[in-house]
Design a protein around this ligand. Sequence first.
Ligand SMILES: Nc1nc2c(ncn2[C@@H]2O[C@H](COP(=O)(O)OP(=O)(O)OP(=O)(O)O)[C@@H](O)[C@H]2O)c(=O)[nH]1
Ligand SMILES: [Mg+2]
Length: 600
Amino acid sequence: MQSIRNIAIIAHVDHGKTTLVDKIIHASKIFRENQEFGDLILDNNDLERERGITITSKNVSVRYNGVKINIIDTPGHADFGGEVERVLRMADGVILLVDAFEGPMPQTRFVLSKAIALGLKPIVIVNKVDKENCRPDEVHEQVFDLMFNLDATEDQLDFPCVYGSSKQGWMSNDWKKPTDNIIHLLDAIIEHIPASKVQEGTPQMQITSLDYSSFVGRIAIGRLERGTLTEGMQISLCKADGSTKKMRIKELQVFEGLGKVKVEKVECGEICAVTGIEDFEIGDTIADAENPEALARISIDEPTMNMLFTINNSPFFGKEGKLVTSRHIRDRLFKETEKNLALKVVPTESEDKFLVFGRGILHLSVLIETMRREGYELQVGQPQVIFKQGENGEKLEPIESLVVDVPEAVAGKVIELATQGKGELLIMEPKGDLQHLEFNIPSRGLIGLRSKVLTATFGEAIMAHRFISYEPFKGHIPGRINGSLISMNTGPAIPYAIDKLQDRGVFFIDPGEEVYTGMVVGEHNRQNDIEVNLQASKQLTNMRASGTDSNVKIAPKLNFSLEECMEFIQKDEYLEITPKSLRMRKIFLDPNERKRNEKK
Ligand SMILES: Nc1nc2c(ncn2[C@@H]2O[C@H](COP(=O)(O)OP(=O)(O)OP(=O)(O)O)[C@@H](O)[C@H]2O)c(=O)[nH]1
Ligand SMILES: [Mg+2]
């Protein structure tokens, strides 16, 4: 029987996981001759490419010296931490990658703690040693300290450390002695990661991932813990509620290179894909037909944020999207929860409103962006942090660890901004030519903080945060300081009108853009909301006077990203999302209705 190593690659965002997996794939020459492949072939969906981050974890497989290595690439952004928790169940060991300059970051701690708790042995890679100012030895020591603090066992603390540069495609046991390949790493995997265990007995496979093919339907993916599986075999599916259902396996596949190949039999320890299983959920166990024994289910950290999702009922509804009904949105949201384990959808009293719970702004915005690309129209409300009640009935809120690396000259501004959000400065120390700041801060205080910090530091701050725990409520945090500019009428915004209102604030719309009554068209430079008339045109005396209308100089509009809009809207506002547009608006479009509701 072949020897298998199942490893997951874990790290903080951008530390170089996907680049490394790419290099491993290139090294094992999985491509046919003359086949052209670009960089980061694994980050293959549009959003991953545009944002340069991994969103969903992926399985690939290479062969080295007669050993099959199944590699699971995971996302490093804290909002997708649920993905990592889910797929670690398939691994026998992990590769923990750490940036040789940045060192361990909040998400390094999180993913490592999960791996250690599962008893997985890590190989540590101090990556990016090609970077100027890197400090590999110091980083190695920091990783050791971190593991020690996370209660790693003696065996885990005795981790092998590899140094290298995924980007340049080399790994070595000494960062001062670069090589020209990654063989050193492959050897370390074979030597230090235990071969996947072979347990005899009736089959047991926990479903940890889900794939979909239009030919065969839903595909269940997981690691076979015990026994063997064969094509056409009768099995029982053990569900969450303790019930079991008999079914038949249609086809079996294992991972090979970047794809999957069909096999008749799967041996214990292998990661495989099973078709023909209906109605399964992630966490279910595929077990023996007669004596089914379920594996313990996967538990995943709770979401910390929620947002109201509702149908688009703005005056412009249905003009740009195809999927607009509450039924469409409902089905899509529930479908998402099948594979996005950290996401929860809760129906509300109203048929067309859903509460969607997630791990953070990015977790929710990626879902929204995906939906809008699929042709959906919807509206969302202000993101809400989830509070809990403590044992004595006190109000608790999520607290996160925030790390910011900034040039010294602007460190003071960052501290000021974080403090406004009730952040508490814990550490301030030099790191290369930067200042390294660590805060504990309520999740509430983080909403909108990124854009403020980037503006204040001219884009030079590197920022990351990660949930730590629920703690007593830290008190009121002032929200957005400025009010909204609200359109009084419906119709195209006249350039002359915008021009006359420029001293009132910044606009989110272009001259000529269609707006509607109650739409938020800009940010007021004072605290209160005001209504503005964008249809006011200059009294036309003659043709030449109207000609001057196009000569006005209007400052370019403020172009918010989806996340910026989500962080900008207030409690009484919605964000309208269509495949083509993002518009902010008052929930009550009519000013009189708005006033009545304010009083309530
Ligand atoms: N200088 C240098 N840059 C690297 C190295 N490895 C990766 N990078 C760069 O770091 C950035 C992030 O690399 P990725 O491989 O996407 O990082 P990742 O860990 O997969 O990121 P997520 O999946 O989003 O968590 C890219 O711009 C890479 O080119 C390295 O060894 N040296
Ligand atoms: Mg990646």
